[in-house]
Design a protein around this ligand. Structure first.
Ligand SMILES: [Zn+2]
Length: 135
């Protein structure tokens, strides 16, 4: 099993919360349960940014989880903005730089479900009225 890249706990969290990694997504990556869908969504984004595929898979509902996930394709995760968090849904926009250098804004309305007291990512759709489009 491949270890995720270590990330200093005092640095600002890749999810863009403004808090340090050690007081934001770090504990979740270390095994603490997310208390809200938004917290899980942020920690999953941070895991993508840090190349922590194991965490992304582990927090994905078994019904929709892909068999494998390779986060070393060269995509860079430049920033996250949570636009709305309501009930089991979180709408966000993530700024990416694709392997070919193109910048891309991924907009998604994600749905989460709680299984055995843990939030899991179920799936996501493009939000109504705002398709996924290049910046
Ligand atoms: Zn965070």
């Amino acid at each position: 099993m491949r270890m995720a890249l270590a990330y200093p706990p005092f640095k600002s969290c890749p999810c863009g919360s403004g808090r340090s990694y050690g007081h934001c997504c770090g504990p979740l990556h270390a095994g603490a349960p997310a208390t809200t869908p938004e917290a899980l969504m942020r920690s999953r984004y941070a895991a993508y940014a840090l190349g922590n595929a194991a965490y992304v898979l582990q927090t994905w509902h078994p019904d929709t989880r892909p068999g494998t996930l390779d986060l070393r394709d060269g995509t860079r995760y430049l920033g996250l903005r949570v636009r709305r968090a309501e009930g089991r849904r979180v709408e966000f926009a993530a700024q990416l730089r694709l392997p070919d250098g193109e910048r891309y804004t991924l907009r998604e309305n994600s749905e989460f479900v709680q299984v055995d007291g843990r939030w899991l990512y179920l799936d996501g759709q493009s939000p109504a009225g705002g398709d996924s489009d290049p910046v």
